[in-house]
Design a protein around this ligand. Structure first.
Ligand SMILES: *[C@@H]1O[C@H](CO)[C@@H](O)[C@H](O)[C@H]1NC(C)=O
Ligand SMILES: *[C@@H]1O[C@H](CO)[C@@H](O)[C@H](O)[C@H]1NC(C)=O
Length: 260
């Protein structure tokens, strides 16, 4: 039965194959399972179900399995992504996550437009910053004093409005501020929708605080956690995507993983 599920998963997901940019993964360090175990079959079941019943609001948090073997899956698209980008992203993530972490009972994966996570232990409801991935633009800004004044103001506003949007179940927000007469700063944040307002605020605070640790004086920074992310850039990178979004893809980034 377990084997059957596994092949079904590969087939189904192959069929839906589209492309989205992979950003990173986390394979749980202490939760190994055997590929033919019930837990493994339950994870496959959840991933197949997720792809077959993609949520129209871009968020899904479900569990499956009875007794001692429940497993959990959470998937969320970037709140600004189109339905089409969202569904092709989740399909890619579901296809790749078990290839990237084949024997782990816990795995997370980040793509440009979505995040997917499963676990054999419940993880919903609390801000998880136990592992993170950071991308920074290799280019530096020229006027740090003005830059950090504007970035601080922008992030305060974007964070606050993201928390206010929790009343509509969103927990995401974007914003812009003009940096100089010719430059604009763009920011985007989001928490997973299983969080409370308090937990979302906590997660965003930690993500935003990493800007000045890992991305000091950088032209762009993206901090990805299991429960939230925060990003700023000197070009528009959120939906609706424009030509300048695409031309900005020539920007060069470096990446680091952070453990507490
Ligand atoms: C940006 O600044 C860092 C730290 O001072 C430096 O190591 C790096 O080479 C700079 N990057 C560029 C593209 O000049
Ligand atoms: C993007 O560029 C193409 C060709 O350069 C142009 O036809 C199109 O209108 C542009 N789209 C936007 C949204 O600016």
């Amino acid at each position: 039965m377990a084997l059957f599920n596994y092949f079904l998963l590969l087939f189904l997901l192959f069929f839906y194959n589209c492309k989205a940019d992979f950003l990173g993964e986390y394979c749980g360090k202490n939760t190994f399972i055997s590929p033919d175990s019930l837990k493994s079959a339950n994870i496959n079941h959840l991933l197949i179900n997720l792809v077959a019943n993609l949520p129209s609001n871009g968020f899904s948090s479900t569990s499956y399995g009875v007794g001692i073997n429940p497993t959990y899956v959470l998937a969320q698209c970037r709140w600004d992504a189109t339905k089409q980008h969202c569904s092709s992203c989740i399909q890619d993530a579901a296809m790749q996550i078990r290839q990237r972490c084949p024997n782990q009972g816990e795995a997370w994966t980040w793509f440009d437009y979505c995040f997917l996570r499963f676990g054999i232990q419940s993880f919903t409801g609390k801000a998880d910053v136990s592992f993170g991935i950071i991308y920074w633009n290799v280019q530096n800004i020229t006027n740090p004093a003005n830059f950090y004044l504007k970035l601080g103001a922008l992030m305060d506003r974007v964070r606050k409005q993201a928390l206010e949007s929790s009343s509509v179940g969103l927990f995401g927000n974007k914003g812009v501020i003009s940096l100089t007469s010719s430059e604009t700063l763009y920011a985007l944040v989001q928490c997973t929708r299983d969080l409370s307002k308090l937990q979302c605020g906590k997660c965003l605070d930690i993500a935003i605080s990493q800007f000045s640790v890992f991305c000091l004086n950088r032209k762009g920074c993206r901090v990805l956690y299991g429960s939230c992310f925060a990003q700023y850039e000197l070009y528009p990178f959120f939906f609706p995507l424009s030509n300048s979004t695409y031309s900005a893809s020539s920007a060069k980034y470096l990446r680091a993983a952070i453990y507490p």
